[in-house]
Design a protein around this ligand. Structure first.
Ligand code: FAD
Length: 486
């Protein structure tokens, strides 16, 4: 049995090339107009429908309102709220967060997937984490020294002093255990003091047995490019020294609520891909993005968008209409407000701090006390941001600090909603593990009677608390039950 089939990272690469190729063809035919280096900073709602967006040209700083018959958002997930994640640095939550503030429901914000096989962070000033494909768990064995604080090199730790904790905890699946269980187990052994590498935040992924059994040549054929990435970052050859891995935020199952036609709670706003909440619940299967890309983009939206146009009496709108002018003005005012603070603390330092709070309290393991404290800490941090952030330069120019500041201001609100959502869900399920709700053997204790629903949050103006709605889930053929990988 394999955890996943790895073809040298080429699936996603080829999909991207295919998608770009198809897009460029449409651009060439004059049917698509591209706005490179442009960021959406708000949604325009007119007459109760999504009728456009506000963008900022990242090079010239020009803020513009664009009109539309409908808006289709495919802006990805929000794992970068944690500061360090496996996501691209540019990935951000602004478009979905601003849409939420305009009235779109936000579903299950606390459902985030933490991936167990990432290269551990090496210091405080690292900007990004690198994912190493979990295909390596097909052939690698995960372990830590049994003794706490053991700093011996891995080859000096004899077999009987090693804890192959996934094999011990989940004998039926061993190193192939699902992402959430493997991540939680790794965190627990590190919290216990058995972690390896700098700061004790790492576990070994050891290919020694596979080298002996399959040989280096076969392993290099399977994972050669991963070995190269790892060696470039860590300076160690995984064929000779066990790799060090640690869990990292990777994917967000929460997102804007959509119906089966991918329409949000704002008529005319459609949300596709990781930006929406659909398909997953509290867990996400690896490789689901390929399926969702096809389903959302190819099989659903071409039909549901047409149906929307057919059923909606859409009048003409113009960028000079009041909702567009007001939305653009709000964006400009907000940028000006950020620039006007001229405090002493960098944008990154706020983001890093927010990430640390979320990782500690709303990450792999959560509890009520921690989540309550996190809400307060985030509020204080947000207040400090608006009094003490330092953004040099101005808005009428290329200004990456300003871009980041806008995104971090949104994360500081989204992070609070994630904690509220996790606090309100008094059960454990999938990625959402509340310490208070666990079985006798430490697994997730579900409460489908009280929480068998999607939590959909509605923004409330003027600093009032957001409203939590529920959409009940009904199961007709398969009834949810406690998972067991023993
Ligand atoms: C390292 C890594 C490895 C992965 N491996 C796999 C895998 O093997 N299999 C799998 O199925 N999934 C994998 N995933 C997950 C998968 O890549 C994503 O879920 C998927 O790409 C999401 O697609 P999307 O089109 O919804 O969003 P994205 O691919 O994230 O695209 C969103 C786009 O919107 C842009 N954008 C965001 N905000 C704005 C804004 N305000 N204005 C303008 N543009 C904006 C972004 O820059 C980006 O170009 C992986 C993810 C990562 C990070």
């Amino acid at each position: 049995m394999s955890r996943t089939f790895y073809c040298r990272g080429q699936t996603g690469q080829q999909l991207l090339l295919g998608a770009y190729g198809a897009l460029c063809r449409q651009v060439g035919l004059g049917r698509v107009k591209m706005f490179p280096r442009t960021e959406m900073l708000d949604l325009v709602v007119a007459g109760g429908r999504a009728r456009g967006i506000v963008t900022r040209n990242l090079v010239t700083g020009i803020v513009e309102a664009h009109t539309a018959d409908a808006v289709v958002l495919a802006a990805g997930g929000y794992a970068n709220v944690f500061f360090l994640s496996t996501n691209a640095r540019g990935a951000n939550a602004t478009s979905i967060w601003r849409s939420y503030r305009r009235g779109a429901g936000f579903a299950n914000p606390c459902f985030i997937q933490v991936h167990p096989t990432c290269i551990p962070r090496s210091g405080d000033f690292q900007a990004k984490l690198t994912l190493i494909s979990e295909a390596l768990r097909n052939d690698g064995r995960v372990w830590v020294p049994k003794r706490r604080g053991d700093t011996r090199s891995p080859d000096a730790v004899p077999e009987n002093e090693r804890d192959y904790f996934l094999e011990r905890m989940y004998p039926g699946y061993g190193n192939l255990a699902p992402r959430d269980l493997a991540s939680r187990a790794a965190k627990r052994v590190c919290d216990h003091g058995c972690g390896v590498g700098p700061g004790g935040r790492g576990v070994y992924l050891d290919l020694t047995a596979a080298v002996a059994g399959l040989g280096e040549k076969v392993l290099c054929e399977r994972y050669g490019n991963l070995f190269e990435i790892y060696e470039r970052i860590s300076g160690e050859n995984p064929l000779h020294t066990p790799m060090r891995i640690y869990p990292a935020p990777h994917y967000t199952m929460g997102g804007l609520w959509v119906d089966y036609g991918l329409q949000s709670t704002i008529p005319g706003l459609f949300v596709l891909g990781e930006a929406n909440f659909s398909d997953h619940g509290a867990n996400r299967l690896g490789a689901s993005a390929l399926m969702q890309g096809l389903a959302d983009g190819y099989f659903i939206i071409p039909y549901t968008l047409g149906e929307y146009f057919g059923g909606a009496a859409l009048g003409e709108v113009s960028p000079s209409d009041r909702p567009f002018v007001e939305a653009a003005k709000e964006v400009e005012d907000r940028l000006a407000r950020i620039l006007a603070v001229q405090g002493k603390r960098t944008v990154d330092s706020f983001h890093r701090k927010l990430g640390a709070i979320l990782w500690e309290h709303c990450g792999i393991i959560r509890n009520a006390a921690g989540l309550g404290a996190a809400v307060e800490k985030i509020r204080l941090l947000r207040a400090e941001f608006w009094e003490n952030v330092l953004v040099p330069g101005d808005a009428a120019d290329l200004n990456q600090e300003l871009e980041k500041a806008g995104r971090v201001a949104d994360y500081l609100e989204l992070g609070e909603l994630m904690c509220r959502d996790a606090l309100a869900r008094e059960e454990s399920c999938g990625c959402h593990f509340r310490e208070e709700f666990q079985t006798a053997c430490g697994e997730a204790l579900r409460d489908d009677r009280r929480f068998g629903h999607v939590a959909v949050w509605e923004h409330a103006e003027q600093e009032r608390e957001p409203v939590r709605h529920v959409e009940p889930l009904t199961f007709e053929t398969i009834i949810p039950a406690e998972r067991s990988y023993k």
